[in-house]
Design a protein around this ligand. Structure first.
Ligand SMILES: Cc1cc2nc3c(=O)[nH]c(=O)nc-3n(C[C@H](O)[C@H](O)[C@H](O)COP(=O)(O)OP(=O)(O)OC[C@H]3O[C@@H](n4cnc5c(N)ncnc54)[C@H](O)[C@@H]3O)c2cc1C
Length: 341
């Protein structure tokens, strides 16, 4: 069996490795010059366990299964976060704190109830704070790992347009299947309603020695998450998206124009800092601004915020559509089912 993989993010790398272990002849086409260079590099890198998705059962189940699976397969590329808090905002949340906990109990997710923001005095305007397990995925270690282990399998600087019938015919002549792991970029995936979201977020340096993470639920709120050493990412559900586009090229040009617009970046940063300081008033005293980051998210239309993994077969092209990194096991299972392994 000969299979081409398009894209060397987490999905392309993992599916390639598992196919190679099953004896398949695999070639990866990656448009950049190393692995884990797209969204798999530029994201908050949280290894989800399910707490982030109170509105969607299937997403929580995939995350819960995926967490253990990921730790077993790639635990060496992650680290545990001590003092990992989720909390419900006193105002404006889509669900109340008791409901949040009932949903997590119903999914059999364990946590320690900490109380309200009067218990952890650095936080304000939060209730039903819980402490739970999660990990951060070390994307630079993952990139080095896959660059090394897949060095004879990846063709770098190879951009493949799967919407071009000539390219598709050529690949179909050479391979039994083409697995599109470009997150909806190399080919328009029929049957999935999705769009692109150019994103902005920021890095901050923690001046304290304590490591912790805070994710505020549920709706237009913030998440402060450890990244590397004492550098943290701050994301905002409300302010991180810069736009919503149907084409990846449009999303890319919005990222490029925002990158060169110092005023736009400064305004965004102010919104993030002002909004987050409401919940963590000493944030700017305890953290120092480091840098801005941009990324592009491919997002499925979903009223319940479904962020699981879907695959679609069209001819001999299998498209893999992820919502997060923790569902590699679902992608592997579905791809293997389709090709009959
Ligand atoms: C701001 C933000 C925060 C996020 N936070 C988290 C989080 O905390 N936890 C989590 O689990 N997930 C998070 N995600 C989602 C996560 O990043 C993605 O689900 C995941 O990285 C997708 O992996 P992938 O391999 O499918 O895609 P990618 O990592 O984007 O890989 C696709 C690869 O395909 C290549 N490619 C694209 N087009 C072509 C082409 N035409 N020819 C050849 N190669 C091509 C790209 O260069 C890239 O290397 C976040 C995403 C964003 C944007």
């Amino acid at each position: 069996l000969k299979i081409a993989i398009v894209g060397a993010g987490w999905y392309g790398c993992h599916i390639s490795l598992s196919l190679m272990q099953a004896g398949v002849d695999v070639t990866i086409y990656e448009k950049s010059n190393h692995t884990i260079s797209g969204a798999s590099k530029r994201n908050q890198n949280r290894l989800h366990l399910g707490f982030h998705y109170p509105r969607d059962h299937e997403t929580r189940i995939q995350s819960k299964e995926g967490y253990d699976w990921f730790v077993e397969h790639y635990g060496h590329l992650t680290s545990i976060i001590p003092n990992n808090y989720y909390a419900v905002a006193d105002e404006g949340s889509c669900i109340d704190g008791e409901t949040f906990k009932i949903i997590m109990d119903g999914t059999d997710l364990s946590y320690k109830a900490v109380g309200s923001s009067s218990v952890i005095d650095k936080f304000k305007c939060l209730n039903n704070i819980i402490e739970c397990e999660e990990r951060v995925i070390k994307n630079n270690l993952a990139s080095k790992y896959f660059d090394q282990i897949l060095r004879d399998t990846v063709l770098f600087n190879e951009k493949i347009d799967l919407n071009d019938q000539t390219v598709l015919n050529e690949l179909s002549g050479k391979y039994d299947y083409v697995v599109d792991c470009s997150w909806g970029v190399a080919k328009k995936i029929n049957g999935i309603d999705y769009f692109f979201e150019p994103c902005i977020y920021f890095y901050y340096k923690n001046k304290l020695s304590e490591i912790f993470a805070l994710t505020i639920m549920d709706g237009d709120f913030y998440s402060l998450y450890p990244y590397y050493d004492n550098i943290y990412t701050l994301t905002s559900v409300e302010h991180t998206p810069l736009a919503r586009t149907d084409s990846y090229e449009d999303a890319l040009s919005i990222v490029e124009s925002t990158k060169s617009d110092e005023n736009a970046i400064a305004q965004k940063r102010q919104l993030f800092e002002k909004g987050f300081s409401k919940f963590y008033p000493d944030f700017l005293r305890e953290y120092e601004y480091v840098d801005v980051e941009f990324s592009i998210k491919t997002k499925i239309e979903s009223s319940s915020d479904f962020r699981g993994c879907i695959t679609k077969l069209d001819g001999n092209v299998i498209s893999v559509f992820s919502g997060k990194i923790d569902t590699l096991h679902v992608a592997e299972r579905k791809v293997f089912e389709i090709i009959g392994l």
